[in-house]
Structures are given as structure tokens and as C-alpha cells.
Ligand binder design. Structure first.
Ligand SMILES: C[S@@+](CC[C@H](N)C(=O)[O-])C[C@H]1O[C@@H](n2cnc3c(N)ncnc32)[C@H](O)[C@@H]1O
Length: 288
């Protein structure tokens, strides 16, 4: 399939005022539809704006199935945004946000995208169609998955994380030595056993599909440097922003639901040292 022409993008509206801003650490959250905000961000930055992207998009798995939580049978339904629109429409959506992410990535930037089988094949195919270069397929292994109640399938205990560069010409950042050190002196493999987020990570508010901080931290430690600018187009409860604050990366987070952005703001640890290039005084500004 051929690439979509660049002029097929809709008209670009101006960037809205941030919903939340931590000037000292270079963190901004925007409330609204990511596609529109990404268009506005891309317009003044034709050569790219961000060094890396961590994206945890809708998985399209809220389709009335059941799962087990704390020993009880519960619905898998997360929220309206997670309902499947059918394979073709789901893929069209993935093309749209991935195309916009590619526009805002700097030439050597990379993107991480999480997913289960409901979405990950479409994401991978969309990346191939758009000319991204897939670098790794990480398997996030959950050591304590919920049991499979139907007993007709293996217990679902993994999610995939695709890591891709903006294009085949990109010279991507990979902190090989750091990853090796984290793995006890052996090369880090692409299967990562990491526990699902515990109570402590949910103390500031619950999100139905919150990712473990350790997962996002490892992705960003491997692929970015201090002060780099990281974008999360589906911020949810702000795991990416929390990881950025911890690792001294700057962060732009986009999210459609106000309550999730409020949780994300509460999750940021108290300000510590300012980032080297943050010139303005330390100040937390909550808008709207
Ligand atoms: C899978 S969750 C992300 C969870 C996040 N990684 C965390 O750890 O909390 C996806 C998020 O994307 C948001 N979302 C879905 N569609 C969106 C859109 N078009 N624009 C902005 N946000 C959207 C949902 O409200 C949801 O919070």
C-alpha cells in the first residue's frame, strides 16, 4: 500500500493552553483529542520536535469478555475509548495517530508502542506502511497474571512493546552498556518480566489500564538522554510523565479525559533539581 500524501492532513488548529504545566521539569499536559493536538504541535516543527514517544494506545479489547480480578469474575470492559470499531476502522485509527507521531519525532527519534494481540499486529503493519524501522519487539511478561476463567486458552501473561525508529535512515540512541549493567552484566534480552503496577503506583488515582512504572522507565532509560523531550499521546494516569520526572527527561502528555490528567499531575514527585535548560523559576501551574 502506498504512503498517504502529506497534504491529506486536516487543517491545523492552534495549540491549546496546557491543562497542567511543571515549568521547572519541562512537563506539560494537554487535554483533548491527541490527533488534533499532534497536528498543532507538528505545524511549527517541520523537522520534528520530540526525541522519543511512549504510546499506550486503546487496545480495542473492551468487547464484553470476562476476566478474573481478586478471585472474582469481572468484565474486561475498560471504557468507551477501548471498544473495537472493527478491524478496518481500528487500523485506520492506528495509521492516523502513528502518522502524526512520525511527523513530530526528530529524525533520529524512536517510538515505543504497547499492545496485546487485539491491536499490536495493526500497529506493526501501520509502522511498516508508514516507513518506520522496527528495532525490537519486546515481550513484557507478567509474572502474576489473572487466571484464565474459561480454561479454553493458555493464560494470557504477556503484552508486546514495539520499538521503532522514525525511518530506516535514523541513527537511534541505545544505551547498550546501561541495559547490560541492569541485567547483571549480561546482554539485556527482549523478554522483560515485570510485575503489574501495585497499590503504591495507584495511590493517586486508578486507571483501568495503567502500565508499570518500571516498564516505561526501562524503555526511556534505554533510548533517551537526560533533558530529552518525550511525548505520550495517550497519557492516561501519567506513568510516562512519572518516569520522565524520575529520569530527568522532559515530557509532553496528551489525554482526552480530565480526571486522568488530574491523577497524572498528582503522581509527579515533589520538584527536585531543575533540568539544566529550564530557565524559568520553579512553579507548578494548574490551568482551567
Ligand atoms: C491505554 S490508556 C493509557 C494508560 C497509561 N499508559 C497509564 O499508564 O496510565 C489509553 C488512554 O488514552 C486515552 N485516549 C483514548 N483515545 C484518545 C484520543 N483520541 N485522544 C486523547 N486521549 C485518548 C484514554 O482516555 C486512556 O486514558
Amino acid at each position: 500500500m502506498s504512503k498517504l500524501p502529506p497534504d491529506s492532513l486536516p487543517p491545523i488548529s492552534p495549540l491549546p493552553t496546557p491543562f497542567f504545566e511543571d515549568v521547572r521539569r519541562g512537563i506539560q499536559f494537554y487535554l483533548g483529542d491527541s490527533l488534533e493536538i499532534l497536528d498543532a504541535m507538528a505545524a511549527p516543527h517541520p523537522h520534528g520536535l520530540v526525541d522519543a514517544i511512549f504510546a499506550d494506545p486503546p487496545y480495542f479489547l473492551s468487547n464484553n469478555g470476562v476476566t478474573c480480578q481478586n478471585g472474582r469474575m469481572v468484565s474486561v470492559n475498560k471504557a468507551a475509548w477501548d471498544r473495537s470499531r472493527g478491524a478496518e476502522d481500528n487500523h485506520a485509527f492506528n495509521m492516523e495517530w502513528l502518522r502524526r507521531c512520525q511527523r513530530v519525532l526528530k529524525p533520529n527519534g524512536t517510538i515505543w508502542v504497547t499492545g496485546t494481540h487485539h491491536v499490536i499486529f495493526s500497529v506493526g503493519f501501520a509502522m511498516q506502511q508508514l516507513g518506520y524501522k522496527i528495532l525490537n519487539v519486546i515481550t513484557w511478561e507478567k509474572p502474576n497474571p489473572p487466571p484464565n476463567l474459561s480454561c479454553r486458552y493458555f493464560t494470557h501473561s504477556t503484552e508486546q512493546v514495539l520499538w521503532a525508529a522514525k525511518s530506516t535512515k535514523s541513527r537511534h540512541t541505545f544505551h547498550y552498556a546501561l541495559m547490560k549493567e541492569l541485567n547483571g552484566g549480561r546482554q539485556m534480552k527482549s523478554v522483560w518480566p515485570i510485575l503489574a503496577p501495585g497499590r503504591e503506583e495507584k495511590q493517586h488515582g486508578k486507571h483501568p489500564t495503567q502500565k508499570p512504572l518500571a516498564l516505561v522507565e526501562r524503555c526511556l532509560s534505554a533510548s533517551t538522554n537526560e533533558v530529552d523531550l518525550v511525548l505520550d499521546p495517550f497519557l492516561g494516569s501519567g506513568t510516562t510523565a512519572a518516569a520522565c520526572a524520575k529520569l530527568r527527561r522532559r515530557c509532553l502528555g496528551l489525554e482526552a479525559e480530565r480526571a486522568h490528567l488530574e491523577t497524572a499531575a498528582r503522581r509527579l514527585p515533589p520538584p527536585q533539581l531543575p533540568l539544566d535548560d529550564a530557565r524559568k523559576p520553579a512553579r507548578l501551574v494548574k490551568r482551567r
